[in-house]
Write a protein that binds this ligand. Sequence first.
Ligand code: SF4
Length: 654
Amino acid sequence: MKRTGYMGKILTVDLSEGTIREETLPDDVYRKYLGGMGLAARILYDRIPAGADPLGPDNMLGFLPGLLTGTGSLFTGRWMVAGKSPLTGGWGDANCGGTFSPEIKRCGYDGIFIRGVSPTPVYLYVDGHTRELRDASALWGLDTVETEAWLKTNAKTGGKKPKVACIGPAGEQVSLISGIATDQGRLAARSGLGAVMGAKRLKAVVLSGQKRIMAHNREEMKRLSRICNKWVRFQPPFVPGPMTALVGALLRILPAAVTQDGLLYKILLKKWGTVSMNQMSPEMGDAPIQNWKGSSRDWGFRKSYSSHPGVFSRRETVKFHCYACPLGCGGICTMDGKYPHTHKPEYETVLAFGGFCLNQDVDAIFYLNELLNRAGMDTISAGHAVAFALECYEAGIIGREDTGGLELTWGNSEAIVALVEQMVRREGFGHVLADGVRQAVHRIGKGSEACAVLAGGQEPAMHDGRNDPGFALHYSVEPTPGRHTLGAHLYYEMFQLWKVVRGVPRMPPMYLKGSKYRNPRRQAAIAAANSRFMTLVNCTGACLFAAFLGARRFRLFDWINAATGWDLAPNDYMDLAGAIHTLKQAFNVKHGLEPRDFKISDRALGRPPQREGANKGRSIDIEAMMTHYWEQFGWDPQTGKPDRQIMEKLGNAA
Ligand code: SF4
């Protein structure tokens, strides 16, 4: 039978036994779990035994494209890696753009799942005919850019240049904040899954496929692309970069908010990429400053000016587009001849090593971005670890005798760079920080937990829940905690789901900002809709930024039907997504985690409230929101655990 949308097979590899096996999956699995994150959830829930050591042979790592990847839909070229996270001890996933994702399908698979531990370093090579584990001893120790270059030049293939996902030294050294890189330094960074790959001694997955990826209704796919493209092309003339700070200041000052249309953010993204937020976010209170204890007062316009968006476009030599992306928010930059080809830092990285550490040295940020991408280490977690160390130093918990002489004062870019270099090499005080903040607290002790801001063991992203309580809630309730890509109040406004999905909260054109803090039940309903929709986004390989265009412009539901030939309504897909989300939560419970423990640290909730700045006086009633959120999915409202009854009702029971 000809399959459309998906390939109908997965590949399973056992590194301990050295075996590689192809499995055909029933169509029913795709109808229920779609692909990408959903397929990963079903397989990993079933096949990773309870209590498995994340760094041991029983853990599995899945590499998956999205259901829509390669079918002709736009913005759907993201791939996902999933497994048990060594950082949180529960469900872990990370996704990434670039060009790797369609290659998995071109090799004939909807997922490649790897278990076991290899006795020696290996890489997995797959094309349409060949599937083998090859010796990677010569690659061990190379950084991600060097590894990819070596494999593209030296790996024996059927003739076509392969696509490569690999780890760098951070993954090899089993750093719990390491990720997996493709496309010369784009990182699937979160959840510490690079460490799982390192522990398995799997240096890379190298793919070179030729298979066709089919869509059920090509004409409809093209029609949907035309609708989407029309909005992507719309681009008015532009104001200078520093003017974005003024917009941020206005958003801070006004007592009322206009419900955001994501078209505005698309315009910024197309012009500058995510660095368009470098000044706007701190001004409006969206950016956590100085390890969450500072405010917009500490990182005002004059300080953030060093990293205004124009600084980055001046160094950009060419735009970077992920596969099937008409927008191209990425960029390739040059660093004064040192690195002629370096990925433009993202907003998260700029803030993590900028305002979060009170560091105005933008050259240092460019350098750290390249250093960490090559090492394969998460820039958000690394920035958190550094800021945590700066605060410990300020508080006298650590001193020069601990840091090997480094003077870890706020904004000291030389010391920050030296410290990150040590983290990458696991040397000196860098070793203490190389596994993230939770491990650093264990290693330092002496009350250092007072300087740590975490959600379930994961360092949260550079968006402040005191400004948008939706971030605080998603950081605290998602099966992958601390994640900024799964929802926020602002995201909900831009998704405009109420225009196509029945029964979700409607947004008025304007509202009083204070209302976001007063109605936990409504916030929970908004967050639950976000979680369901983002589950679909992550099942299909779609980009969050495309979803910001709004449900009538980026027609995800219609695209799934056109690609697969299914005929489901948006609410049917939202129900499927709810079941997948529940399965991920059940994964965490199966592995002994308590959902309540994912609550983000008090400091990030405004406990106590800040005395100045954009988020002055704000405090988040997180417990009430968490309870109502769990109710939305039919989980126990006190514990957040799905019971057997709800698993059976959703068709999730094993
Ligand atoms: S908008 Fe940016 S992140 Fe999204 S697919 Fe395009 S280039 Fe990749």
